[in-house]
Design a protein around this ligand. Structure first.
Ligand code: NAD
Length: 270
């Protein structure tokens, strides 16, 4: 039988923010392909149906980890190695964003954007990713290498199109896609390139996966405005990035490092 170039069988993957909407999809995909998965999340959500259904799965471990604390990541790495084995896949997926349905100072105009929220976003989206790379990537560099997948966004590649959110201002509830999200997601792309060259001789591959918006029961007006901006005229379904995750995690992408895959229904092509 032909070898499966997408195989991740028996490999150990760490997913930061693995309890969230997309992290759950990545865990499901990797477990479904016989990998072992350690979720590092600050909030172990006991109501997540998928993880509840996997309670007795010995290939899955959930650890409460704050990625902004190096010691928290280091302790969970020691547990992962003990419970599952040596990790060779790291998906840096945890991040702070703000959904358009929410009215908060985190979506205020640039001129009023609170420095506190800017700093908090940098701390999680960039410093947290930097620390996870230091601890887990550093471990991989000493232990036969691996694949690191850093999650960015269309808004790390281009500026947010604030016209999508204009309908909010008309309703008296202005919303701006935050500058801190765009700036940190752009930082992710060059953090990946930096580490790709730094660790190339250690067999640690580092790539960025940039995503377009995902359907998550947003309000009708938002969905209409977003769809108008996308050549494929819709948001992504939450499972539509799983193929890219499997590609980047497996040997199918063995010659790829320092790259940025953009999957966005054509958003950045317009
Ligand atoms: N959903 C989208 O439309 C979309 C679009 C483009 C990019 N992305 C990116 O995909 C990734 C996942 O998005 P999502 O929609 O699944 O988000 P989500 O909010 O559902 O999940 C994020 C997870 O990160 C965890 N987290 C937050 N702070 C943490 C910390 N300090 N330490 C450890 N874990 C922490 C949260 O508890 C949560 O489980 C993010 O990087 C996001 O920017 C999402």
């Amino acid at each position: 039988m032909m070898n499966d170039i997408f195989s991740v069988e028996k490999r150990i993957a760490i997913i930061t923010g693995g309890m969230g909407q997309l992290g759950t999809q990545y865990a499901k995909t990797l477990l479904g392909h016989n990998a072992k998965v350690a979720v590092f999340d600050i909030n172990i959500n006991k109501k997540n149906n998928y993880f509840v259904s996997q309670m007795n799965n010995r290939c899955l471990k959930l650890y409460r980890v704050d990625i902004t604390k190096k010691s928290s990541i280091a302790q969970a790495l020691i547990k992962t190695v003990k419970d599952l084995g040596k990790p060779s896949i790291l998906i840096n997926n945890a991040a702070l964003d703000v959904a358009p349905a929410l009215r908060s100072e985190a979506s205020s105009a640039f001129e009023d954007y609170p420095e506190r929220i800017w700093n908090k976003t940098l701390q999680v989206n960039l410093t947290g990713m930097f620390l996870a790379c230091q601890v887990v990537g550093g471990y991989m560099a000493k232990n036969n290498g691996g694949s690191i997948i850093n999650i960015s966004s269309i808004y790390g590649n281009i500026s947010p199109d604030q016209r999508i959110y204009k309908y909010r201002a008309k309703k008296g509830k202005p919303f701006f896609k935050p500058v801190s999200y765009a700036a940190t997601k752009a930082g992710v792309i060059n953090l990946s390139r930096y580490l790709a060259t730094y660790w190339a001789d250690k067999k640690v591959r580092v790539n960025t996966l940039s995503l377009g918006g995902v359907f998550n029961n947003q309000d009708k007006e938002f969905l209409r405005e977003y769809a108008r901006r996308v050549p494929m005229a819709r948001m992504a379904k939450e499972f539509e990035y799983n193929g890219a995750i499997l590609f980047l995690a497996s040997d199918a992408s063995s010659y790829m490092t320092g790259s940025n895959i953009i999957i966005d229904g054509g958003f950045t092509a317009w």
